[in-house]
Design a protein around this ligand. Structure first.
Ligand SMILES: [Zn+2]
Length: 444
């Protein structure tokens, strides 16, 4: 049994004081309110949140931070820079990079990550001796960083609708949906920290006829199905030209929209798309920092929620890794789009970053400090100058709109104290590990 005592904790019913959280085998067995810290129990100061879920990650994009943000151009010119990094990765360098990136996430308060993984094969598309070598590298990286992982094995077959894969994209492809499914079937991750889900990269990269293969795999496994949807207008234009319908409609017609589906970005969706996604109880995954960085546009988040959908959050290309920035970014984006304030409450923003994100990644019940949930806790110090004057009545708003990843002091994942006083207990110097891993693959 492990136990932590939270001075203040965000529980499903609101913020409470002196909360004792006990767990056995990584699951919470008791939450007691108003208890003084017993001797021998680890105290967590500040405000303790449930662990955050990062529902959309491409770990290797972290190597681009600072190398593309100042550039002009478009999503498509940025993609060329991203591909240049992808070209350089192998299972060893990817393991080192992902381990350090996942550790940065843990330090920021994330306890779970969904890796949208399409870098499957060696240069030229040649499979490694183990065709899932890259998946194993990511699984090992997550285990060593101490974070839960949902590996979203991504089907990526074409370089555009009706277009062959380009030279660098060969590494992403399995030839056809059947071969993709056979490779995924052969992947057996070790450890309890990993779950497997699947993804359709986009309607650009998976032909309509192959979409049911991926959707069918997810349905049979009861697994999450993620897909990039309408991040850029050019995708909608190409989809309408080829199929005479929107990406959302194409996915619906192919049976890919269910309550297990997460539509990543869903920026350029119209009223019919919103109704469709809402009717199927799809979760939209907003990535506010990345969508701003790539000039994607603003997703109609509250419209989707009103239609029956949910929202979760991801750091995607990792221009920053900060759950607080993503939460307030969601609300601020809505303010700019609608010219109205107060679109999502702090509790709703927290749902997006915690329980809705975990559910989208196939960890239902996680993301709450409650009996039966995984014992995942993120403690945030409110002692710094930014929080001077904050009171118990407004600490939650102050944290969501004012905290940063640097204010996270302690992170508990599955009952393990993975971050203690701002330091990763298993890895120590994460900054050095990141610096080294990025230097090995960066192009400038
Ligand atoms: Zn993405």
């Amino acid at each position: 049994m492990t136990a932590y005592h939270c001075r203040r904790a965000v529980l499903p019913g609101g913020v409470e004081s002196d909360v004792l959280v006990e767990s056995v085998d990584g699951l919470v067995t008791d939450v007691a309110i108003g208890i003084a810290c017993p001797a021998g129990v680890t105290p967590l100061g500040g405000l303790t949140f449930p662990g955050f879920a990062n529902a959309h990650s491409h770990a290797f994009h972290r190597a681009l931070r600072g190398r593309t943000q100042g550039a002009r151009g478009s999503f498509w010119t940025w993609r060329e820079q991203m591909y240049a990094v992808a070209e350089r990765l192998d299972p060893d360098t990817y393991y080192s990079l992902a381990r350090a990136v996942y550790a940065e996430m843990v330090l920021a308060g994330y306890s779970c990550v969904g890796e949208f993984h399409y870098l499957h094969h060696g240069p030229g598309g040649h499979p490694y001796a183990d065709p899932n070598a890259m998946s194993h590298a990511l699984t090992a990286a997550a285990a060593d960083a101490g974070i839960r992982l949902t590996l979203l094995d991504t089907c990526y077959l074409t370089g555009g609708i009706g277009a062959p894969l380009t030279a660098v994209q060969q590494r992403f492809g399995d030839g056809d949906g059947h071969s993709w499914a056979m490779r995924v079937d052969a992947f057996r991750p070790s450890g309890t920290h990993t779950r497997v889900g699947v993804a359709i990269h986009s309607v650009r990269a998976v032909p309509a006829a192959e979409i049911p293969v991926v959707a069918g795999w997810a349905a049979e496994a009861g697994a999450p199905l993620h897909v990039h949807v309408s991040e850029q207008r050019a995708e909608n234009d190409a989809c309408r030209l080829a199929y005479d319908r929107s990406p959302a409609q194409l996915l619906a017609d192919a049976g890919a929209l269910t309550a297990r589906t997460t539509a990543v970005h869903a920026v350029h969706i119209d009223a019919a798309d919103i109704a469709l996604l809402g009717r199927h109880s799809v979760t939209g995954c907003a990535c506010p920092s990345t969508e701003r960085d790539l000039a994607d546009g603003l997703a109609p988040v509250t419209d989707l929620r009103a239609a029956g959908g949910r929202t979760c959050l991801g750091t995607d290309a990792h221009v920053s890794i900060d759950p607080f920035a993503e939460m307030r970014g969601l609300e601020y984006g809505e303010r700019l789009r609608t010219e109205r304030r107060g679109n999502l409450t702090s509790a709703e923003l927290l749902d997006a970053a915690t329980d809705f994100g975990h559910a989208a990644l196939g960890w239902p019940g996680a993301g709450r400090i409650a009996v039966g949930a995984p014992a995942d806790l993120t403690a945030v110090s409110l002692a710094g100058i930014r929080f001077a004057g904050v009171t118990a009545g407004n600490e939650l708003d102050a944290a969501i709109f004012g905290a940063t990843a640097a204010d996270v002091t302690d992170v508990v994942i599955g009952g393990r104290h993975v971050v203690r006083d701002g330091r990763h207990t298993g890895m120590g110097d994460v900054t050095g590990a990141l610096r080294q891993a990025i230097a090995a693959v960066a192009t400038s």
